[in-house]
Write a protein that binds this ligand. Sequence first.
Ligand SMILES: [Zn+2]
Length: 421
Amino acid sequence: MKAVLDHVGVAVQDVEQALAFYRDALGLQVQEIEEVPSQGVRAHFLPVGGAAIELLEGTAPQSPISRFLARRGPGVHHLTLRVDDIRAALAQLKTRGVRLVDEEPREGAEGALVAFVHPSAAHGVLVELKQARERGARLEVARLPFGDLQLTTLHDGPFKLDGGAMFGVVPRPLWEAKAKPDDRHRIQLAMRPLLVEAAWGRMLIDCGAGDKMGAKERDIYALDRRRTLDAALADAGLGAESIDVVLATHLHFDHFGGATARRSDRLVPRFPRARYVIRAAEWEDATHPHERNRASYLQDDFVPLQAAGVIDFHVGDDTIRPGVRVVRTGGHTGQHQIVFIESGGRTAVFVADLIPTTAHLQDAWVMGYDLFPVETLLFKKPFIREAIEREYLIVFEHDPQVAAGYIREARDGKRFVEQVL
Ligand SMILES: [Zn+2]
C-alpha cells in the first residue's frame, strides 16, 4: 500500500482564534469552508504543500467533534492518508490484525471512499483512509452527420500522462484546477480516433495505441485495455476490415500504435484492407529518432507497414480524399499535422496534439512534450482565433470527457468549449 498524507484534522474551540494562528501568523490560506450539518461539523481547509490542515469546529453540542473537544480539549483529531485502493488497504490491515472502525469503506465528501482505523491500533491517533473519487474517461461512440459525410468519434481506451509534461510551463496550481493528477502525478486522458464515412469509403484519423505494449509500459501510461478501438468499432457496427484509409496526424505511439498488431510472432497491418496515409517528412523523422523523441516513436508501430507495402506517402499539405485535407502545424513534432474536414459549408478540425484537451484552450497552454513549443504557439494562436470566428467544430483527441465541441470566448477573454459530442 502506498499512502500519502491528505490532511490533518485539528479540533478547535474557536475557529477565529485558530485562524489568527494558522492563517494570519503562519500565512496559510483558507481554500475552502465546508459544513456537514449531519455530522454537526464545519471545516476550514488550509493547503500546506500537497496536503492540508483541516480546522474542525462543532456546530451541534452532541456532534463527534464537540464531544471530542469536551473530552480531550482542542488538538489533533485525526490524520487522513490517501490510498489508491482502499479495499486492498483495509484487507492488508486486517490480515495484520489491525483493529478497524470501518471494515468496509463508506462514502465521504466529494464522492471519496473513506474508512477509519481504530486509534488504539494507531498509537492514539485516529487514522482515516481515503480513496479519492477518480473520474475516469468517458468512452462513448457518437455519430454526427456532417454535410455529405458522417463523423463518428471512436476511442481506444483511457490512458494517463504526466500532468506537468502535459502543461509545459503552466504552473501546477493553475492546471490542477482543470485536470487533477493522481498520486503518480498523471492526469486522465483518452485516445479518440475519428471515423469519417463518405461516398469514397471509410477513413480512420489516427488509431490509438493498440495492444503491443508490455506490462511495464501499460503501467507507466495507465493503459486500460478493457474497452478499446475494437469495441468502439463494434459499437459503430464495424470491424477492422471495414476501414479503407488510416490517416496519421503524426507517428507517436498514442496516435498510431494501433496501426499494427501482433499475430503469433509477426507484426502485421491492423486494418487488413486499408491504405495508410503518412506525411513523408514525418516518416523520415519517426524512422530516425533521437534521444528526445525515441520513447514516442516506436518502430514496431509503423515500419511493418512499409514491408507490407500499404503506405501512401503524401508530401506537404494536401487533400487526402474529397473533403479531407491536412495542414502541417509543426510544434509538437516537426511535421505534426491537423485534419480539416469540410462538407456542406461546415468545417470540423481534428486538432490532435495542437490542442490535446479542452484544458489547453489558452494560447500559452502548450505541452512540455512539444519539440518546438514556440512553433506550436505561432500556429495555435491564429488558428484558435479562426476557429472561434468561423465556428469550426473541434475534435479533441485526448480530452477525457469531451470528444468534440465549439470553442467560445467570454467577454473577459476566457475560453470554454460548448460540447457537441
Ligand atoms: Zn498525443
